[in-house]
Design a protein around this ligand. Sequence first.
Ligand SMILES: C[S@@+](CC[C@H](N)C(=O)[O-])C[C@H]1O[C@@H](n2cnc3c(N)ncnc32)[C@H](O)[C@@H]1O
Length: 435
Amino acid sequence: MSKSPRQLAVQALAEVLPAEGGGRSLREVLARPRGELSAGDRGLFVDLCYGVCRHRRLLDHWLSAQLQKPLRASAQPVRLALWCALYELWFSARPAHAVVNAYPDLMRQLKAPWAAGLANALLRKATREDINALQASLPTAVAQSLPDWLWQQLQRDWGEQAPALAAASLLPAPLTLRVNRQQHSREQALLTLAAAGLPASASSVAPFAVTLHNAVPVHDIPGFTEGAFSVQDAVAQNPVEWLDMAPQGRVLDACAAPGGKTGQLLERFPDAEVVALDVDPQRLARVQENLDRIGLKAQLQSGDAADPSQWWDGQLFDAVLLDAPCTATGILRRQPDVKWHRRASDVPELVGLQARMLDAIWPLIRPGGCLVYATCSVLDAENADQMAAFLARTPDARADSPGSGGSIGQQWAPTTQDEDRNHDGFYCARLRKQL
Ligand SMILES: C[S@@+](CC[C@H](N)C(=O)[O-])C[C@H]1O[C@@H](n2cnc3c(N)ncnc32)[C@H](O)[C@@H]1O
């Protein structure tokens, strides 16, 4: 018998959030083909996986408070199923009676018939809970489902803005596209999308970004297979727009995979000599696939950006894009499992790696050239502090970010304000090498 979307969600979540900690990335688990699901069932399956990762701490808090004895580690599928049910009851529009009725059966499908009565009793109780009042009564880190270390860090870095940032991180992200400027203008692209029944708005934070009012599978987007559009958040389109070089310049994309920004670079500078470097050869193959779709070419190179002696041919670059590995704390809307996979100790490790890359790559830039540093992090340690420390120890570097009003770079919080300003958290800074 084929499995129900709820059963498949529990199975997928068991890989992402195993009882013993750790776990695989949600994105990787969801990318596996699940041909047996109809479009509607797939929608429910994906919604449950994201919903549980987003609200895990709140769901777990409530559940643990109801149980006289904690569930054993071996009962993880039961725990995950109960989290799915609570998520559906409190955060989805599905009717409560349908949710309450579905889960005792699911417990039997999960070969845990002992949990059917438990599910029934708990879910009836959960339907009487006022979720807004419950959240208001809890500490913010529990209500907004953040690990303590991250919430403390957000408070230190963002002060009064931290609660808004935490709340924005819980909402679903929109589908934002980059318009391929080699194929059409943004205005033409909006007309093409509208004609295909896909209304979209121009983003005010990046010149080629459009946000669809309703997400659709990418293959329903006209011209997607031919490279007319690429999926890319609006603020993440800024680093390439900030690169300042002649059209035929030589540029290094130092952490290129899966190639979103490499494609954008070539759309902006089709005559440039682009070297796309990444330490992971398998991920580098994805860069090639992305470039093939757009029909553009770069020189792909596998190697460690922090050790150019392995791969550099001795020719200086006019510009470097360093889209560095980071905590991904700015994209929790898109990758909510990151909250449970990251540890506080990852921050200094990543900061050290980013600093080693900056120091190793800077000498590869010609005098007068520029380096654009970017992360999808909202933590100062990886962004403003990282840049300040680099400038302090690098006498021939100076800050040169466009429109940053005196600060070294620009930090964006994740926001959901309006259709034209709905983007991830992100950081970008441009540095110039003295002549
Ligand atoms: C934020 S992602 C880059 C995203 C990419 N720029 C894009 O727009 O699609 C960071 C990348 O850095 C790569 N990376 C991590 N450590 C590296 C290193 N030491 N040298 C080069 N690449 C590295 C990872 O494999 C990963 O692909």
